[in-house]
Design a protein around this ligand. Structure first.
Ligand SMILES: NC(=O)C1=CN([C@@H]2O[C@H](COP(=O)(O)OP(=O)(O)OC[C@H]3O[C@@H](n4cnc5c(N)ncnc54)[C@H](OP(=O)(O)O)[C@@H]3O)[C@@H](O)[C@H]2O)C=CC1
Ligand SMILES: CCCCCCCCCCCCCCCC(=O)OCC(=O)COP(=O)(O)O
Length: 325
């Protein structure tokens, strides 16, 4: 014999089952569907923004720049590849022209060779860049060098070289291309900065200073060119597995020539390049592409500066001991 109370609770359970299957599940699928649709539309809009856009990439001969070239080419962009090594640029240009994406869209990349530390050459290069397709839609200021050394031992020439490459070069190129963007009321300027544009870590003074200057300049630019419908994106990655540490310069200006463990363990440049494409496609203003520790360090610098400075001092002591400097 089943009691009335048990029958009632059985009925209740059946009703709950019905509601779950009749309301919750369709609601859940609906939400997933709407989210999927939103993501698809976002992806389509991003693709449309980049397809056929004239994209200029500095430092395209290596690392992140080369991967950005591959990713933007696959997305259908018309590329102007910049660097100092003509042979490396031509090789990349041939590779991209032969890729399946180029077979469909037939955009052969242009190459422009110049050294960012030479302001005259940079201004002449800007004129050459504008001649390639008649205008620039997206400028990716990616080229850069890093540095390792103690401040006390570093010659001022080294500080200047890092600033010229990472700051004055991109600033000169941006200023030279900006008037044409303003006339067209269209354009997008990207600066590849670094986590070190947000925090200063020991033995990276010149590099961190150049990246802090980059962050500040492009933040000011964003505010000034908003009235002309020009977008500005600053991207601050953490470690990436590239030749950055190998090519870094030391206190006396010589090449460091070592791939640090932090660099070797960094993210793949192809993955970061896809994040750059997404940031551009979504017209993001400021993007920090870093893991938990560097991201926490950035917040700590603002919220608990005293603690951050103690951590950096202890990092300096440890590094000095391990490198006897
Ligand atoms: N790797 C990392 O851990 C991180 C890198 N970044 C940033 O990413 C950007 C790309 O660096 P990454 O790919 O890692 O390093 P790479 O050393 O692999 O590439 C640097 C690129 O910059 C170019 N370059 C250097 N100096 C000049 C110059 N004077 N004139 C013109 N081009 C120059 C190089 O060209 P050439 O072949 O002629 O030397 C090369 O193409 C840099 O701005 C760097 O600060 C940011 C965060 C982390
Ligand atoms: C989980 C809680 C952690 C609390 C915070 C602890 C503080 C940890 C300090 C982390 C410092 C991160 C430094 C990251 C530097 C970086 O990513 O730089 C990117 C580059 O530009 C690399 O250039 P480099 O020439 O230095 O290789």
């Amino acid at each position: 014999m089943v009691s009335a109370a048990t029958r009632r609770s059985l009925l209740k359970a059946r009703a709950m089952d019905l509601i779950t299957s009749a309301a919750i599940l369709p609601l859940l699928f609906g939400c997933v569907g709407v989210f999927g649709l939103f993501k698809l539309l976002q992806w389509l809009r991003m693709r449309a923004y980049v397809r056929d856009a004239v994209v200029v990439i500095t430092g395209a001969t290596s690392g992140l720049g080369r991967e950005c070239a591959r990713v933007f080419s696959a997305a259908g962009a018309r590329l102007v590849l910049c660097g100092r090594n003509a042979e490396a640029l031509e090789e990349l240009s041939r590779e991209l022209a032969a890729s399946p994406a180029a077979q469909v869209q037939a955009h052969k990349p242009h190459t422009v060779i110049f050294d960012l530390t030479d302001p005259g050459a940079t201004v002449r290069a800007a004129a050459q860049i504008l001649k390639c397709f008649g205008h620039v839609d997206v400028l990716i200021n990616n080229a850069g060098i890093s540095y390792r050394g103690t401040i006390v031992d570093t010659s001022l020439d080294v500080d200047k070289r890092v600033m010229e490459t990472n700051y004055f070069g991109p600033v000169a190129l941006t200023k030279a291309l900006l008037p044409s963007m303003i006339r067209r009321r269209q354009g997008h300027i990207v600066a590849i900065s670094s986590v070190q544009g947000r925090i200063g870590i020991p033995f990276r003074s010149a590099y961190a200073a150049s990246k802090h200057a980059t962050q500040a300049f492009f933040d000011c630019l964003r505010a000034e060119v908003e009235q002309h419908d020009i977008e500005v994106t600053v991207i601050s990655p953490g470690y990436i597995h590239t030749s950055l540490s190998l090519n870094a310069i030391t206190a006396n200006g010589s090449t460091y020539g070592v791939t640090d463990e932090t660099t070797a363990q960094g993210r793949s440049p192809a993955e970061v390049a896809r994040d750059v494409l997404a940031a551009v496609g979504k017209k993001k203003k400021d993007v920090l592409l870093a893991g938990l520790a560097p991201t926490s360090a950035v917040y700590l610098r603002t919220l608990a500066p005293g603690l951050f400075f103690s951590l950096m001092a202890s990092r300096a002591r440890k590094e000095r001991k391990s490198k006897h400097c």
